[in-house]
Write a protein that binds this ligand. Structure first.
Ligand code: MN
Length: 231
């Protein structure tokens, strides 16, 4: 079989301490998974079930890059997140079994064109242009689960130019990692290469060209991003 043009190369993530990379298949993101962030966005956590949006793998950019300030927005914002990288298939998996399909964890940034997302919310339209665009999913190195402490009171934080913006603990999450995987697996055949951005704590806010973002979670390599000039 021949292609009419060269297909996009598979996007990959770095795995801490290894030369082999993690090929990314899909990117799922959880909305409103920290109560304080839900409130700052003018909403409430839905206690019935988590909800999701997705990003294309083409949105993936590795930690350490400088990315252009994106087109179409005047309110480009950071969302620091704990990212789950799956390493096995899961369909209708029980909560008590769900952590068994996790390959590892990483620091990530769910970069957002907040003005476009807000306009979409107002008009009950999809969030895609606010959430799924080039360089909107930033990912630090993945650490294998066996090298990470169980998810609990680890600190998650983000600083812009050294000034703290977001700070919380992983056990502030409304839906646990196992609950998210179990629920998401009722909707999709999950598999290796699927990433789940598990939502952001309170303190999201705008960035401008020249800003340096550093996100940290205890026990994981940090995620760094520099905002470049507009395209
Ligand atoms: Mn988010």
């Amino acid at each position: 079989m021949t292609y009419l043009f060269d297909p996009e190369p598979v996007r990959t993530a770095v795995v801490q301490g290894e030369s082999a990379t993690y090929p990314v298949r899909r990117i799922f993101c959880v909305g409103r998974n920290y109560a304080e962030h839900a409130r700052e966005m003018g909403g409430e956590v839905d206690r019935e079930a988590p909800f999701y949006f997705t990003k294309s793998p083409l949105a993936l950019t590795r930690s350490g890059e400088t990315v252009p300030y994106p087109p179409g927005t005047t309110d480009f914002q950071h969302e620091m997140e704990f990212v789950v990288a799956l390493g096995a298939q899961a369909f209708r998996i029980a909560t008590q079994d769900a952590l068994g399909v996790v390959f590892g964890y990483a620091c990530g940034l769910d970069m957002t064109r907040r003005d476009l997302q807000a306009a979409a919310k107002d008009k009950r339209r999809p969030w895609d242009t606010g959430k799924d665009f080039e360089h909107a999913a930033i990912l630090g190195a993945i650490t294998r689960t066996e090298n990470v402490a169980p998810v609990g009171p680890q600190a998650i934080s983000l600083a812009v130019n050294g000034v703290p913006r977001q700070a919380a603990r992983l056990d502030d999450m409304v839906w646990s990692v196992a609950e998210i995987i179990s629920h998401l697996s009722t909707l999709y055949h999950l598999g290796p290469g699927d990433l789940i951005y598990t939502g952001t704590p309170a303190g999201v806010g705008p960035v401008v060209p020249g800003d340096v973002l550093e996100g940290r979670i205890d026990g994981l390599p940090p995620v760094r991003l520099v905002i470049g000039a507009p395209e």
